[in-house]
Design a protein around this ligand. Structure first.
Ligand code: OVM
Length: 404
């Protein structure tokens, strides 16, 4: 047997379906199996190689030269399959084409540019919490807080008009499903693709946007020559695709974590300045974005396994974020740890460009709650919402105990 065949024969094979309803509902068991199986596992069901250990996930995320995004970051290989929409100029592009749109958007959502929103968003969070509490202390915290807060502040910051905002979450849900296989989750939304896409695309036009939001700034960057006017609406589309569901389910992860770890809630109340760390620890612990794919640009070897040129690699961000080789006591939600280095926002040139927006939303909501709420608890089993790549929620039934 040649050395290559020997290596190929040695790759552990797994026939589990990471996109099955049960794996999506409860991914930890499969993550454990995949990490234990080896640094690279072949997923026979989808004919792809998969990485579930932190070291390999991290290494492939930062190596954009060997692991490209331009062929799509879902299972579909854009070299052979028509994408469901024109590819994202950021997510589904490689250098050098990726870089100008990235720089433009990065500057628009960078911390200095967000400073003007800080006060407004903190005030909005306080108002939302007061408003919700005035109606009672038992409610679905997924709808009333985790969804309501981003929907209250983010579309305004982008500069969207008032109509049709109810399309934002369904559109993101659809986009995140589309990274997976064409299973029942994707088929269930097939009849909405055209209408939801038409609405989102219409919102990306200059005329649809207010004059002082992120969207207008993207168009101004085109005027300035930093991108073309043809690129501007697609960059706005990235904000609308990646900026809503992700933060909603990220905030839900925070609320779930804190409601189920009362000692950590106390710690946060004593140190509200740790709200951002709490958010990152929740992102590590739950990994709202569970998976992304890359495509091998050449035959490339990972830990002695040959990944053939042009084939897909599935990276389990959620599994990497709980790899015991990287994290001590990884299944524990622990505000005393340093969660930086988690791959919940990815890593490398594609690392979440909007992460500072997400952290500001989390900081605003968590500090508003910390000031007002002594204790919170689940009143019933939370329900997950199945999605091919988002670890998402349908409900978080909670009781809040206001201070005094
Ligand atoms: C995009 C985008 C970026 C990140 C995630 C994402 C649907 C989309 O640029 O459209 O998920």
């Amino acid at each position: 047997m040649s050395a290559t065949a020997e290596r190929a024969a040695a790759v552990p094979i797994c026939d589990a379906d990471p996109f099955s309803p049960s794996s999506l509902e409860e991914p930890e068991e499969l993550h454990h199996v995949l990490r234990a199986a080896g640094p690279v596992v072949y997923l026979s069901r989808y004919d792809v190689h998969a990485l579930a250990r932190y070291e390999e996930v991290h290494a492939s995320l930062v190596d954009w030269q060997h692991f490209e995004s331009g062929a799509g970051v879902g299972l579909a290989n854009f070299r052979h399959e028509e994408p469901w929409r024109p590819p994202s100029l950021l997510l589904e592009a490689d250098p050098p084409r990726h870089d100008a749109p990235r720089r433009v958007l990065r500057d628009i959502v960078a911390p200095p540019a967000l400073r003007r929103l800080q006060e407004t968003w903190h005030a909005a969070a306080g108002e939302l919490v007061d408003q919700v509490l005035s109606g009672g202390t038992e409610f679905d915290a997924f709808t009333r807080l985790a969804s309501a807060f981003p929907l209250r502040v983010f579309p305004d910051a982008v500069g969207l008009g008032p109509d049709g905002r109810e399309n934002l979450l369904p559109y993101g849900n659809m986009a995140f499903n589309a990274f997976g296989p064409v299973n029942d989750l994707v088929k269930a939304d097939a009849h909405r693709v055209a209408d939801l896409s038409a609405w989102v695309n219409a919102q990306c036009a200059r005329e649809a946007l207010t004059e002082d939001g992120f969207g207008a700034r993207i168009w101004a960057a085109a005027d300035h020559g930093d991108l073309t006017h043809a690129q501007a609406p697609l960059v706005v589309r990235s904000l609308l695709t990646a900026g809503v569901d992700t933060t909603v389910h990220g905030l839900a992860a925070c609320l779930y974590a804190l409601a189920t770890h009362p000692d950590q809630w106390q710690r946060l109340r004593e140190r509200p300045e740790s709200a951002r760390v709490a958010f990152d620890e929740a992102v590590r612990w739950q990994s709202p974005v569970q998976t992304f794919f890359r495509t091998a640009t050449t035959d490339v070897t990972i830990a002695d396994t040959l990944i053939p040129e042009g084939t897909k690699i599935l990276m389990f961000l959620g599994a990497a974020n709980r790899d015991p080789a990287r994290w001590s006591d990884p299944d524990r939600f622990d505000l005393a740890r340093d969660p930086s280095g988690h791959v919940g926002f990815g890593m490398g040139i594609h690392q979440c460009v909007g992460q500072h927006v997400a952290r500001l939303e989390a900081e605003a909501l968590l500090t508003a709650l910390a000031r007002r709420i002594e204790r919170m608890e689940l009143t019933d089993t939370p329900r997950r919402h199945p999605n091919n790549s988002l670890r998402s929620w349908a409900s978080l039934p909670m009781r809040l105990h206001p201070v005094g």
